[in-house]
Ligand binder design. Structure first.
Ligand SMILES: *Cc1c(COP(=O)(O)O)cnc(C)c1O
Length: 479
């Protein structure tokens, strides 16, 4: 393209005002904020000029160039404006089979918790007003009451997450003093946060005892000095050391604590209020058991096995909890009204354990019947074959899935999935398109196949999944 031709062509690029008059753009402004549309048009025009300068566009006769440019600008601007107008946090269909997936928001809330959040979000609430007296109330009181009722603990406190719970507990009970912990329990909790670093932040000094695989009560005993403030037990809920191992139990630590007048704290990580051992999962100590064993302070997450919102739950003896409540840090890590409402609703579900298994999605998915999972995978596979059998091969397969979220690491959770082998694209292309779809679908790649595990699909999501998958297989990204 000659320089002259190039200059003439540049003049044929329509102005922003002209593009705005295009009927497609006029329609777009009804659903996308005008400033976003304007920016998308401007950016597209700049890009087009650059492409023209670099000779990257198809040669056009000058007479047709104007319509050609208009077509390109409208098409690209619509795509640009729409994608910038999409919320960043989007709905995802979890077909990974990992029930507590930290990247996918951990626990899915139950119906009652969702309603409670909606209620709290829709207007004012009595968050810190006691309606009986008209006086100031506590945002924590209702959940604290439920927690003590459900677990048998003397007192309770709820903060932003379990990392904050550990920080607050150590900072209150052991600031400037020593905390004894087993070397085998110095866990990294994901996102490269490690228990030793959280402890250091609290101002407590860590004293590691025992060997990686074995720690005895006598190891703790020998490490006790006048500087010791606390004996800490961390439940290694996200990994297991197997084989020649020994950890000191909470009960043993409590006995040592009683003899030496030291409080014992248990960081349970993914504390559960129900015994998952009764449904084929590895038996983990329940929160109630650890309280009963006599731990002075117990902490765990709200959005792991409990199946509630993100929160850090602290239970224990009133004297220690009262000290934590007076720590200014408590205010800095306090929970908001949405967490309060969702946590209260989730805890209420545990009042009736008969129905809790059904009504708390995390428990429901973890204990799903293998025969039902098989039937679901078979019918999903049949539906997909009927709708897009010419585009891919769909096969129901048995597969192991995981609990996730740093919980029950050794749990072997047999599950069922639909294996997808696309004919006209690679599985990587398929997986990428599914991530971009609306709703996004996240599966598991394995041996050049895409596995869609039905365990973590919520009621009704199969229909949406079929729609998205068929859309992607038959014609690019469904958005
Ligand atoms: C997950 C976990 C934490 C952190 O809990 P968050 O609620 O994610 O802050 C701390 N300790 C242990 C043992 C854990 O498993």
């Amino acid at each position: 393209m000659s320089v002259n031709n190039h200059t003439r062509l540049l003049r044929q690029i329509p102005a922003v005002d002209e593009v705005l008059k295009d009927p497609v753009i006029a329609d777009l402004v009804r659903s996308v904020p005008r400033p976003l549309v304007l920016k998308a048009i401007r950016d597209t025009i700049i890009q087009l000029r650059e492409e023209l300068a670099a000779n990257r566009l198809q040669e056009q006769p000058e007479q047709q160039a104007r319509d050609f440019f208009m077509g390109i600008i409208v098409q690209r601007a619509v795509y640009r404006a729409r994608s910038q107008n999409r919320p960043n946090l989007r709905r995802v269909l979890n077909a990974t089979g990992v029930v507590l997936h930290t990247n996918l928001g951990r626990a899915v809330l139950g119906e009652s918790a969702r309603q409670a959040i909606n209620n709290a979000a829709s207007g004012y609430s009595n968050l810190e007003l006691d309606l009986a007296t008209g006086k100031r109330g506590s945002r924590y009181a209702p959940v604290e009451h439920l927690l003590t009722q459900l677990t048998g603990a003397e007192a309770a406190l709820v903060v932003n997450n379990n990392a904050a719970a550990v920080l607050l507990a150590l900072g209150t009970l052991a600031r400037g003093r020593e905390v004894i912990v087993s070397r085998g329990q110095l866990v990294e909790i994901g996102g490269s946060f490690r228990i030793p670093e959280v402890m250091a932040q609290s101002g407590a000094r860590l004293v590691e005892v025992g060997a990686t695989n074995k720690t005895y009560a006598t190891d703790y005993q020998k490490a006790i000095t006048p500087e010791t403030a606390l004996l800490l037990h961390v439940h290694t809920s996200n990994y297991r050391i197997v084989g020649f191992t020994r950890e000191t139990s909470i009960a043993e630590l409590v006995e040592l604590g009683r003899d030496t007048k030291l409080p014992v704290m248990s960081d349970l990580g993914s504390g559960s209020l129900v015994n998952l051992g009764t449904c084929g999962l590895p038996a983990e100590p329940t929160v109630q058991q650890v309280v009963k064993d006599g731990a002075d302070v117990v902490t765990f997450s709200g959005d792991k096995l409990l199946g509630g919102p993100q929160a850090g739950i602290i239970l224990g003896k009133k004297e220690y909890l009262d000290r934590m409540k007076k720590n200014p840090l408590t205010r800095a890590v306090r929970i908001d009204k949405f967490t309060v409402s969702a946590l209260e609703a989730t805890l209420r579900e545990y009042i009736d354990l008969q129905t809790a298994w059904q009504r708390i999605p995390t428990l429901n998915m973890l204990t799903a019947d293998i025969n039902i999972l098989r039937q679901r995978a078979q019918s999903l596979s049949a539906e997909l074959t009927a709708a897009a059998g010419d585009q891919a091969l769909f096969t129901p397969v048995q597969t192991p899935s995981a609990v996730g979220g740093g919980a029950l690491p050794t749990a072997d959770l047999p599950s069922w999935a639909v294996e997808v082998a696309p004919r006209c694209m690679t599985v990587f292309e398929l997986a990428a398109s599914l991530r971009e779809a609306e709703p996004a679908v996240i599966g598991r790649l394995q041996d050049e196949k895409l596995l869609l595990d039905v365990r973590t699909l919520l009621p009704g999501e199969e229909t949406a999944l079929v729609e998205v998958l068929v859309g992607v297989l038959k014609g690019g990204v469904a958005s």
